[in-house]
Design a binder for this molecule. Sequence first.
Ligand code: SF4
Ligand code: SF4
Length: 505
Amino acid sequence: MDIRAQLSMSFNLDKCIGCHTCSVSCKNVWTSRQGAEYMWWNNVETKPGTGYPVTWEDQERYRGGWEVADGSLRLKLIKGNKLRTLASIFFQPNLPTIDDYYEPFTYDYQNLFNAPAGEHQPVARPKSLITGEFMEKITLGPNWDDDMGGSPLYATNDPNLKGLSESTKEMLTKFHKLFYFYVPRICNHCLNPACVAACPSGAIYKRGEDGIVLIDQDTCRAWRFCVSACPYKKPYYNWATGKSEKCIFCYPRTESGQANACAHACTGRIRTVGALFYDAEKIEETAKLSDDQLVEGMRKIVLNPNDPKVIEAARAAGIEDNWLKAAQNSPAYNLFVKWRISLPHHPEFRTLPMNTYIPPLSPILHQAKADKGGLFDPEADGFFNDLDKMRIPIKYLANLFSAGNEAPVIESLKKQMAVRMHQRFKRVGDISESDVKKALSEVGLTAQDSDEITRLNTLATYKERFVIPETHRESKSTVDPRTMYEKRGTVGFGTKKKELIGRQW
Ligand code: SF4
Ligand code: SF4
């Protein structure tokens, strides 16, 4: 067992109201700089929709992430020929251009104050932050699909609509029938990060102590292979510094036990952050699993922090007791592994993303109400059959959160429904106890689980939502992060070991 620690963020999509407070707080803290105007390390997308940069999930176009070829893991961008790929270092055809993000702009606010007196009210015209010129027409923004603002023109291009019937697609993109939801995104600080493996300069590394993936600004040579290789398009090129940069998981905050700026600011309190332990020896075999096994494989690579063997291995690896305690109280572990409610975003990209999402449930209950004349209808023939009737198709959620495999999504939604039934039984009392017991036992939850899940998603305090252990660099037992990572041999030129996964050049 090669045990490592990882900080992981979970997002409850039922609670996200798409307010973008997270994006703005991140922007203010980290990317309010020249060259970073177009960057949104945290962005929030409306789904169905094309996202930012446009259609980033379409790996036929961007060739991000990994594929299994001849039994080996290979970066998709390599396309079978490493030398030819490396030769494209000066022109990578799969890089998103500024037109795929958007031309960053501000408004000429001063005109509102300084305009001479005239017949009409003064206006604040948009001004490009690239050219400094006024812009006649804005054609794209970081949240262009917001609340379906750009649909149906944009929503129909959503890559996650694959596998849905034409009539369902049409229904999804009609405003009046549409159910939409928001997906906030940051870098996933993956276990098998394509950005790290792709970097010819070895500038990107994953810290063994907390799993945060960082770009060394001194070593970065701006080849931008990280931008191409990351299937989530979360590294960005800064044209002013000539370096790539990305979400740093607010490590100056987390190292002192504080929540990330985005998570702390979140209006809907949809985010929780906790520690996980994982077995680095299992990364390769997990990333090679077939699509239908990926979610389960990712759950298995996460170690049980209460297992005496894991505790012993953690201590032997120099993991401090405060991390152990945090992992044992981790909301990330409970949501992903213990309760099996949260799911990884696009596991089929095989980077083993370490943030997870609770898929949205709301429309099922709404549909149940419309069809059955009551929110919970114990007489209904198979309460859970209503899943089939939800307005957002299971297949669509599966394309987003479980590599197209519907089973993990159904399991999560059923569990959420059982919890809601239990809480309604306790608070409203219009469901029989036997129905609730049946619903909970069918999905393998107890009443205590239900109460804990409800508390975490509703009334939880700051300290319950963010169980982030402090990092003591001054302590001798803290393993040097680069040394720990290089043991895996996954960085680029700087690493001698080639036998393990990741290193491509
Ligand atoms: S999402 Fe994963 S592959 Fe992309 S930048 Fe973050 S760690 Fe790297
Ligand atoms: S601040 Fe929270 S609720 Fe608002 S958009 Fe971001 S994740 Fe959603």
